[in-house]
Design a protein around this ligand. Sequence first.
Ligand code: NAD
Ligand code: GLY
Length: 370
Amino acid sequence: MAKLDIYQQLAVICDSHEYPIYIGANFLTDSELLNRHVDAGQVLIVTNDTLAPLYLEQVLQSFTSLQCDVVILPDGEQHKNEKNLFTIYDTLIKNNHHRDTTLVALGGGVIGDITGFAAATYQRGVRFIQLPTTLLAQVDASIGGKTAINHPLGKNMIGCFHQPHAVIMDLNTLETLPMREFRAGLAEVIKYGFLVGGEFLNTLQTVLADELTGISMEQLASLIAKCCHIKAEIVQIDERETGRRALLNLGHTFAHALEAYTHYQRWLHGEAVAIGLYCAALLSHQLGYLDKTSLDLVDHLLATAKLPRRIPKEIDLVALQTIMFKDKKIKNKTLHFVLMRTLGDCYIEALITEENLRKLLIEAVQGDQQ
Ligand code: NAD
Ligand code: GLY
């Protein structure tokens, strides 16, 4: 068996329970680690038809002494739906999984979200373990207990909070992740940089300027751990997003509208987030908060990661604005935006007028830049 390399270990302490995040290498072949958070003799692995040929066999080896069933879903966001949710329930019921079973999500955020929702609802809630295989899922989706499926009329519209029992990140899996997906994950990493600023933002500037060349597995683990730590600290004080957790949505109101407008076809989520981060910075600047140097740094950092930053010319800004007002972050019919006072000091603003938004969108449209 390959040597188990744990580079970082963190804990998320929530009201429901406390759980570990392990970040390292060779985890998918480590039977002891994978079994450490399984409670009884039953496991259901949920994965997709891209990841199964790559990683399923090695994960299965760890569960040979248990009843281990498998669901392989078709790959893609469009499959995070009720049909596949019921495929998971069907397999659990047909194979007599009890309330002490453990679901194992082997994949990116799509698999994590649907598996988490199945775990939250099967027999009123069973435990689940996240084995995130994309950078985006490692720094964001696998932590914090947001689970969901999509409704035909809206993304993530059906869901609930259900924390995993462990998050086990094997960074070896990133070796097979397409570069475009990796860059999309970097958008969320950069988001954390804007949320906390300081030393972490400086480190990010350095590693991105070098295009992550020469970054060791330990350094990558420490970057991911810092993101997890920032998210865990916020989730711990506001598990159900009644306040501060909304800061994690920096750039996302724009991103979700752009994704919906283009029917989720044009950008990966992280790419839309990158445009959203630029829009949030530009709006903050237009309102007199964020200075020009910081706005330029936002643009530069996203450009260094080869991420898009501008709204394409052909997008109908009125239609985009209308979509924004269907966002989940609406309270009392008012859209809440996460804005930046400085890089490292973000806050939630409820007083954005339609005129503010219109002006912002016009200026964020693509000119000569990306
Ligand atoms: P994804 O799960 O669709 O994965 C992206 C693509 O990469 C897929 O084609 C997948 O099969 C493939 N892939 C995954 N890992 C691979 C690997 N190691 N090697 C080769 N291919 C691999 O996308 P994602 O970006 O991980 O997640 C996006 C989803 O996460 C969305 O549904 C979003 O709503 C959700 N999300 C949830 C949260 C949360 O807090 N729950 C946060 C952010 C995003
Ligand atoms: N991805 C935002 C959150 O988990 O709250």
